[in-house]
Design a binder for this molecule. Structure first.
Ligand code: LLP
Length: 403
């Protein structure tokens, strides 16, 4: 049990707290579902890019799935070996591509024909052969929130099957490109297996048709997307997930690569925030807390549900309340009509499932400092990012201030 009251006292609020033991349990559960099969779990760094979080996964043997050169640098700094780092994303700049090639990562995941051209040109300039994978868009509806659905032709990600095939043939004929992988990622917070199965079947068929023309790929990259319980969702069991993927790979000898983010970190993270005030606007009850949408954007952006627990002695009846922050936007809320007992100044609220896409999507809106982040491991807490100071926030502006 994490003693949030103690942590809040010691490190102040708002505060992110990560249970490193729970992250390890999630990693091990997924890894053991792959037992006996060649596999790489490449942690999707975007879910929580704190260096110590990445290091934690590095120590467990994880690779890293990165979507900017900044994330690639973080992965290196955290000790992920180059041969387990992949670099994806629809809009890589020339500089990013160049650095990824120079760093000799496992592969660059290419998302368009135009990008393949740039990668080839830059590899040629550097006189290198670069390993690539192509992200295929299988046109499958993942049945998740539209903002985090990525595997339909309506979405900007990947290329259609015939384009992919043409790209593989081109890459195979190039002196500077080595096509080693194939990738798909149909969306995030997936709670149904069927769309994953359908996508994997389509992509595995493409792999077979490439083998028929002597293009042999080594990595079958199934992306991320494994959903977690925010409320009472039924989620996919890692064992079933792996078996489903394997069932599509008959007669193919490939290393399966997967890129989980949320599955590894979401439910290991907590956002602790203190009650500032309660107020009543007519019939409507509000509790105003010291955390805000700049700290945890998911409720404002996706209307996402997060469980919230009030650490209060009060035994009084729970009543519906909107839990809101100090930011000047009506969209600044953590929950609406949430049942909570009467609250007092300084009571602590714990927002659950905040370990993925929490801190990382934060901002300094309203000149608010980003929270500190604390890791709890084997019963011991340690800071893994200190709270920003006002000076940090203005550091890049101050020198330009004119008289
Ligand atoms: N691989 C690729 C290519 C991705 O685009 C993503 C997530 C992942 C892996 C990791 O997905 P995960 O296992 O975490 O579902 N901000 C949104 C989620 C955006 C996901 C973007 N891509 C949220 O807060 O729900």
């Amino acid at each position: 049990m994490i003693d949030f009251k103690k942590l809040a006292k010691e490190y102040e609020t708002p505060l992110y707290v990560y249970d490193f033991d729970s992250m390890a349990t999630q990693y091990e559960e997924l890894k053991s579902a792959f037992r006996g099969r060649k596999s790489i779990i490449a942690y999707a760094v975007k879910a929580n890019s704190n260096l110590s979080v990445i290091r934690h996964f590095a120590k467990l043997g994880s690779g890293a799935d990165c979507v900017s050169i900044g994330e690639v640098r973080r992965a290196f700094l955290a000790g992920i070996p180059a041969y387990k780092i992949i670099f994806s994303g629809v809009g890589k700049s020339d500089d990013e591509i160049r650095e990824a090639i120079e760093r000799d990562i496992l592969y660059i995941n290419v998302e368009s024909e135009a990008e393949l051209g740039r990668v080839e040109l830059i590899a040629k300039e550097l006189d290198k052969v670069v390993r690539i994978s192509i992200r295929v868009n299988p046109n499958i509806d993942p049945k998740t929130h539209p903002y985090i659905s990525t595997g339909l032709h309506d979405n900007k990600f990947g290329v259609d099957l015939s384009t992919a095939k043409r790209m593989y043939i081109g890459a195979n004929n190039s002196k500077n490109l080595d096509p080693v992988g194939i990738h798909f990622h149909i969306g995030s917070q997936l709670t149904e297996l069927e769309p994953i199965y359908e996508a994997a079947v389509i992509v595995a068929d493409l792999v077979r048709s490439l083998e028929a023309i002597d293009i042999k790929l080594k990595f079958f990259d199934v992306g991320g997307g494994l959903g977690v319980k925010y409320d009472d969702e039924t989620t996919i069991r890692p064992y079933d997930y792996v078996q489903t993927i394997l069932s599509t790979l008959t007669a193919l000898d490939m290393t399966i690569l997967c890129e989980p983010g949320r599955f590894l970190t979401a439910n290991a993270g907590y956002f602790a925030t203190k009650v500032l005030y309660e107020k009543q606007n007519g019939e409507k009850r509000f509790v105003i807390v010291d955390g805000a949408m700049n700290d945890l954007l998911r409720p404002s952006l996706y209307n996402a549900y997060h469980k919230i627990e009030a650490l209060t002695e009060s035994k009084a009846k729970k009543r519906a309340v909107d839990i809101v922050g100090p930011v000047c936007e009506s969209g600044d809320f953590f929950a609406k009509d949430y049942p909570l007992p009467p609250l007092e100044h300084n009571d602590l609220l714990i927002v659950r499932s905040a370990g993925a896409y929490g801190f990382g999507m934060g901002s300094n809106y309203n000149t608010r400092r980003k929270s500190a982040e604390v890791a709890v491991e084997n019963g011991k807490a340690r800071v893994i990012r200190k709270r920003e100071s006002f000076e940090d926030l203005i550091a890049l502006e101050q020198e330009f201030l004119e008289d």
